[in-house]
Every structure is written in C-alpha cells, then in structure tokens.
Design a protein around this ligand. Sequence first.
Ligand SMILES: Cc1cc2nc3c(=O)[nH]c(=O)nc-3n(C[C@H](O)[C@H](O)[C@H](O)COP(=O)(O)OP(=O)(O)OC[C@H]3O[C@@H](n4cnc5c(N)ncnc54)[C@H](O)[C@@H]3O)c2cc1C
Length: 453
Amino acid sequence: MSGESITVIGGGLAGTEAAWQIARAGIPVTLYEMRPVTQTPAHHSGDLAELVCSNSFGAESLDRASGLLHEELRRLGSIVIQVADKNRVPAGGALAVDRVMFSKELTETIASHPLITLKREEVKTIPSNGVVVLATGPLTANTLARELQKFTGMEYLNFFDAASPIILGESINKDIAFLASRYGRGEAAYLNCPMDREQYLLFWRELCNAQQAELKDFERENATFFEACLPIEELARRGEDTMRFGPLKPVGLVDPRFPHKKYYAVVQLRPEDKEGQLWNMVGFQTNLRWGEQKRVFRLIPGLENAEFVRFGVMHKNIFLNAPKLLLPTLQFKRRHTLFACGQLVGTEGYTAAVAGGWLAGTNAARIMRSLPPLVFPKTTMLGALIDYITTADSRHFQPMPPNFGILPPLDTKIRSKPQRYRAYAHRALSHLEDFISAHGLPLTPPSRVAINP
Ligand SMILES: Cc1cc2nc3c(=O)[nH]c(=O)nc-3n(C[C@H](O)[C@H](O)[C@H](O)COP(=O)(O)OP(=O)(O)OC[C@H]3O[C@@H](n4cnc5c(N)ncnc54)[C@H](O)[C@@H]3O)c2cc1C
C-alpha cells in the first residue's frame, strides 16, 4: 500500500473525489472500497459514491450555503459535482440527481482512469507507510474503526451522534434572551431563554407529544447509548418537573435587566463559534422529526423565529474529534502523511464530504510533489467548514453542515438576509478565484520542461 502511489480508503463521495484529484495531478492512486463484498447497513449497491438517502445535494442558488459550496467545487474542478450536474433531475431549486446513473458514471470514470487502481477490499488496519487518505464515512467498518480508536486515543472517535440543534445567532430574539453564566462564573458566555410557568407547561406538553424520527435497525441496536445521553423529549416524558431540575434549571442565572426576577425555567444556549454567530441548545439532544423540532423549540421564548443551522440528531455516526486531531490541511497532527475527510471528520452532508475529499486528495498529491499543503481562505465556504471542524471547541465537537454562520462577518453590515448571503457568496467566489490563480488549481501533472538542444 505504499511506494509511489497514494492509498485512499473508502469509495464514497469523499474518497471518490480524493482519488480523482490525486490521479488528475498525475499520481497513481489505489482506491479501496469494501462494497459489494462487505456492505454497510445503509448502502445498497456496489457503486462508488452511492447516495445513502436523499438524491439531493441541496439548494443551488448562491445565497444558500450548499449552492455556494457547489459553485466553489465546480470552479475547483470537482469530478463529483461535474457528474452530478450531468445527471441532474428536476428538483425545484436543488441539485438533485438520478442516483443510479450518477453513481454508475462515477464508478466507470474512476475504474477506467489509467492511474487509479480500484480494489474491492475491506481495509482492516491503517497502512503504516506512504501517503494515505481515510474516507470511510459515518459507517466505517468496525475493525478499522477500532484501529482508528487505538491510533487517535479512545475518546477521540465517536460512534454515535447525539447532537443538539444549532441556531443562527441573528435569529434569536435578544430582547428576551439574556447573557449570563450560572452563578456569574467566568464571563457571561451563555444566552438564556427564560420561561414563566405557563410558557414552560405549554412547551413541556408539546414536547411530550411531539413526533419522533424512526430509528433504523442498526441504530436501534445501539439504543443503549440513549441512557447516557438522554433525548430531551425522553427527559420531558419522565415528569413535569424533570427538565426544570435538569438542563432547564433556572437557579444561579441572574437576568442583568431584572436582577430580582425568578424564572420558572431557563433554556441555555452555548456559543459554537468565537464570533457568536451560532448557538447550541444545551442538553437538547433529540430524536424528534426535524419539522417537530422547529415547531416545538420555537415555543421557547426568544426562539420564536429561530433558524436552525443544524437540527438535533441521534444516530450511528462514526466521526473523529477533528479539532483535537487534524490540521486545517486535513492532515493528522501526529502523522502528516495521513489525511482524513468526509463525514468521518465531522463535516455533514453530501456536498461537504465532496469538499473534504477534494482538499484531502489535492493536499495528499501536493505533499507527494513536495508542495506545501493548502489551507483555504476562511471566507470561502470550503475554507470556513474545514476551519470550523479543525478549530471548534473539542469538548463539545459535533458534525457541522455548510452554513453562512461559520463565515467571518462582512466588513459592512447588511440588514437584508438574502442580500447579505449574496454578499458572502460574492466575497467567497472572489477570494476563491484569487486562491485558484495563486496556486494553479486544480493540480495537474507537472508540465515537462522544454530542454533546448
Ligand atoms: C443512514 C444515513 C442517511 C444519510 N442521509 C443523508 C442525506 O440524505 N443527505 C446528506 O447530505 N447526507 C446524508 N447522510 C450523511 C452521509 O453519510 C454523508 O453526507 C456522505 O455519504 C458522507 O460521505 P463519505 O464519503 O464521508 O462517506 P460514505 O459515502 O459513507 O462513504 C464511505 C465509504 O467507505 C466504505 N468503507 C467503510 N469502511 C471501509 C473499510 N474498512 N475498507 C474499505 N471501505 C470502507 C463504505 O463502504 C463507503 O462506500 C446520511 C448518512 C447515513 C448514515
């Protein structure tokens, strides 16, 4: 698995993109995909880049985070987005594809590339030599997952995603929510949404009766995880006051506007980023359907217009603690010849996996060519996403989809949201163009130097 070629493990969206970018740079690559010999619990075919659930890569317009990332990837020469564009089906404003045609075409493209060797084999250990890209996704086979756990340290590989929703800061009503830390400890880091008795009881009743998402069979097997990390709706069902004595307890939280006021319950939001653009609902890991999360959590005072960047989820999802383990080049801190990408590093969603695959593949090829690996500008969606996953607070790290809340704020304030998002996209694409020209992207084989006779 070593020598002059690069090894990519996992032929999903990330691994397929990575392998293609390496081959395109003129470097031989061996791509290992265990399907169809060994299946995952969610895939159905033996094709590369199979879309496990929806056939949509998300909204297309540039004022949507997914649309901006599609466009960045087009400009970077992504093979996956190119084939998606070719196999698109009508889907309103979204980039949706004929999933069978899409995966078949990518499989043929990869398998027929002269520099790519496709091996249908489960990889059980992390190759110790050579340049390696890990792209085995949220359902990484168990033996390799255990090896990864040994390599990274037990606590740095998660097997289950029990995440709370994340809300866009600007959509929180700051006339109601107040900044304070419990017992005034440290700086006032939390946003607190206070409730009186009536508001709490309404919320509690709706939460108890809200519809849950179905667990898949392989997730039900892991349902014991829930006891350690109870969904908020389960806590609610244990009794009227259980949440008030748990994550919603009001004690020690003083509202600086009304220092003597006693609230009945308080929902706390913890900042997800340094700029305070994203807020995580503390203790709100949930298995409710997304529509129900929106309906019920908007009953919380201050969150009546909350925009959810990510809904809460509880499902099997193997992912690394990227802030602890990875550099913004997607290299492991402790072994620079080892890269990881895709859902395995805690980016969420199809397009994000392609983006990570592009970066890991390109950087793997660059180090083979003795070029410095790339760190993308944070003003691009790709750069912001990789920056987020490699610099977030490692104690609470959970996967993150592309969204505008992770981009650095604009120099000037724009009130209208669509205009602001278009301004973000304009800045991102202009910085990307500069970056592409500065680094000659995508990487192609070195041109032969003409030697004068
Ligand atoms: C049930 C489920 C539904 C989802 N639905 C959506 C959705 O609708 N929309 C969305 O945007 N995202 C969805 N996701 C998230 C989705 O997994 C990612 O967006 C995307 O597929 C991640 O791409 P990836 O390349 O990282 O992983 P994958 O696409 O899963 O690719 C990883 C590949 O590695 C292979 N592999 C694993 N271990 C080994 C090994 N040891 N040796 C060799 N090969 C190996 C697997 O067979 C697989 O082909 C879903 C995830 C799950 C689990």
